[in-house]
Ligand binder design. Sequence first.
Ligand code: IPE
Ligand code: IPE
Ligand code: MG
Length: 237
Amino acid sequence: MNTIKIPKHIAIMMDGNGRWAKRKFMPRTFGHIQGGKTLEAICKNAYDLGVEYLTIYAFSTENWSRPKDEVEGLMKLLKEYLNRSIETSIKNNMRVKIIGNIKKLDNEFQSSIINLEKATTNCTGLKFQLALNYGGKDEIIRTTQKIALECLNNKLDASAINEDLFASHMDTSDIPDPDLFIRTGGEKRLSNFLLWEMAYTELYFTDVLWPDFKKDDLKKAIYDFSKRDRRYGNVIE
Ligand code: IPE
Ligand code: IPE
Ligand code: MG
């Protein structure tokens, strides 16, 4: 009997939307729309396979340097996604959290985030983190600022700063570190994603472009993970 280990937390960098669209002689935004559909399907697939936490990189602190038109298109799509997600997340019992520097997003965006997080706070199914305007270095800097402020206000002694304390001040404070990282689209780098949290994460790269990524591709990544010598992770028959 085959026993496979299901990672408790998977982090995914969805990459390749632009190239996918280009191959179809379509604008990059078409790829982002299709990528959004893939995301909705993969959330469901991951939960059905027994994954408890899923963290998705949707927009990095570096992505602002893309052409203005593309950034505006992406922002519009992401806002629509967040608004639509209230209904679908409740239906699918998904708790949604946004990680990243959300103060840099416009007011409308921030209220959509607050509404979605509030509406799904009691959901008990998949714990879904969406990284928006997220950068690993930026998260470490914001965390350091929070801790420095507590020290300045005499709420904390600098000698009490250790890994646990640092982690408890991060965006991901109540979320276990990812067991498996998946990057689609062929590039083999971390691109500033969860630098602190992925210190010990297993890495998996695939050439499949994100809009083409299906349940079977997710299973493949999980099987690959399962073959590695892990010290933790859920075990299912
Ligand atoms: C990933 O697809 C989506 C985001 C970064 C928002 P890309 O837009 O990076 O697509 P490629 O890598 O250019 O194909
Ligand atoms: C990756 O962005 C970040 C996301 C998928 C959100 P890119 O596709 O632009 O990759 P890099 O920054 O060139 O590595
Ligand atoms: Mg890319």
